[in-house]
Design a protein around this ligand. Structure first.
Ligand code: PMP
Ligand code: GLN
Length: 408
């Protein structure tokens, strides 16, 4: 009888009338289940709740963008795009970052279009992190970073974004850097807290990484959602950081097209060459007609991206007003399309249970924030996504204002 190597579990196939364990090797991600976004969106759908959990708009992308996709499909752009991305789209990206951040990136060698920011971040980790390497992340941490690190044999080292303002502590970060630190992954504006890093944060990061071989992966998918007149501090603005950084943004957030899974990253030539060695075998290339459509749209309407901040700031303010008179205590929201809400006046339940009950019994889906921390640190806070039309936000507000005590 053949021996199955690495069998640890499995309910059993039948072989010669005997139950055989399935050939499932030990998990590379033993602590991982299904993402909280999938769990909460499914729960909201099952119970007909207004879904303010997973982050996505409930309104349409610009019609002109969709029209351009149709145009390019009809015109025949239905085969593989170039590996690094359509040239016209890379040109539009280069133009944009030069205008916004004063950063010049070479269209040929320093910009790559990816299948979402998730893939860009995964690929950056796969390209650079070796077994035994340490990668510093900031907790609460976006859910895809740590699995990407662990799948590639690295070890996540957690710096704290301390509740309630979720600011980085640069002395702590300095103490976490060792000879094994290969990478630091940052995220500003920050999901889930909505905190935004300032110039002093970028200066501190620059100081700490200067003269080291540390690569910075900068998750800037919410770059256009920074409010109250504050400017987004991209790594691209800071030459001392730019030289060691892979900057990542997502068209999904900027053009209301999260379902298209299309994003991009920029890095100095040498880093980008290594990134592409992995990229070409992770996805090879990204869907072609949508790239061409985005290139057209960016060229035609460059202000769409920069008008996103006032657009979402109005939504933030509308949603916050809707929660006036509710039992929720709102935390500041400087950026992103997420609003954190503390519920200690409403319940003593753990946040995962509270979010479940809010969805099932009160008809509004939310994300518990403890799931973003390694120890499940629970400050009794949930996250609401306000990337919704006013009717949706008003209906959610009405339900949330009615929530009285939620007990076990
Ligand atoms: N990073 C952060 C902080 C995010 O919030 C998200 C998605 N909302 C992503 C990355 C993933 O972006 P994409 O959908 O383009 O993969
Ligand atoms: N980034 C989105 C959020 O934070 C979700 C993306 C996903 O579902 N993986 O809600």
């Amino acid at each position: 009888m053949a021996t199955i190597i690495g069998v640890t579990s499995g309910a059993g196939m039948m072989h010669n009338g005997r139950a055989m364990p399935l050939p499932v090797p030990p998990s590379k991600l033993p602590a991982v289940g299904t993402t909280i976004f999938t769990v909460m969106s499914r729960l909201a759908a099952e119970h007909g709740a207004i879904n303010l959990s997973q982050g996505f708009p409930d309104f349409a992308p610009p019609p002109r963008l969709i029209e351009r996709v149709g145009h390019h499909m009809a015109a025949g752009a239905n085969q593989y795009a170039p590996m690094a991305g359509a040239a016209s789209l890379r040109e539009a990206i280069a133009q944009k970052v030069e205008t916004l951040y004063g950063a010049r990136y070479d269209v040929e060698g320093e910009i790559t279009v990816t299948a979402g920011a998730t893939q860009a971040i995964y690929t950056a980790v796969a390209a650079f992190v070796r077994p035994g390497d340490e990668v510093i992340v900031f907790a609460p941490v976006y859910d895809s970073y740590v699995p990407a690190i662990e799948l590639n044999g690295g070890r996540a080292v957690f710096a704290t974004l301390r509740h309630p303002d979720y600011r980085p502590d640069w002395d702590e970060v300095a103490a976490l850097i060792t000879a094994r630190t290969r990478m630091i992954i940052i995220n500003t504006p920050h999901n889930p807290s909505g905190a935004v890093w300032d110039d002093a944060d970028m200066a501190a990061l620059q100081r700490l990484t200067q003269g080291t071989g540390i690569i910075v992966v900068a998750d800037e998918v919410y770059e256009h959602m920074v409010y109250d007149g504050v400017r987004h501090e991209s790594v691209m603005r800071h030459p001392g950081l730019r030289e060691r950084s892979i900057a990542v943004s997502s068209f999904g957030k900027t053009y209301h097209i999260t379902g298209w899974k299309i994003a991009y990253c920029l890095a100095p030539r040498e880093l980008m060459a290594e990134f592409r060695k992995a990229h070409q075998y992770v996805v090879f290339a990204v869907n072609h007609p949508m790239q061409l459509a985005l290139a057209d749209f960016m060229r035609e309407q460059p202000s769409f991206a920069t008008e996103l901040a006032p657009f979402y700031q109005d939504k933030r303010d509308f949603f916050r007003r809707e929660l006036d008179g509710s039992g929720f205590r709102l935390l500041p929201c400087a950026g992103t399309y997420f609003q954190l809400a503390a519920y200690e006046a409403l319940s003593g339940l753990p946040d995962i249970e509270f979010a479940r009950r809010l969805t099932v019994d009160h008809g509004v889906g939310a994300i518990p924030v403890s799931v973003f921390t390694p120890g499940g640190e629970d400050h009794r806070i949930v996250r609401f996504c306000f990337a919704k039309g006013e009717a949706t936000l008003a209906a959610a507000g009405e339900r949330l204002r009615r929530v009285a005590r939620i007990t076990a």
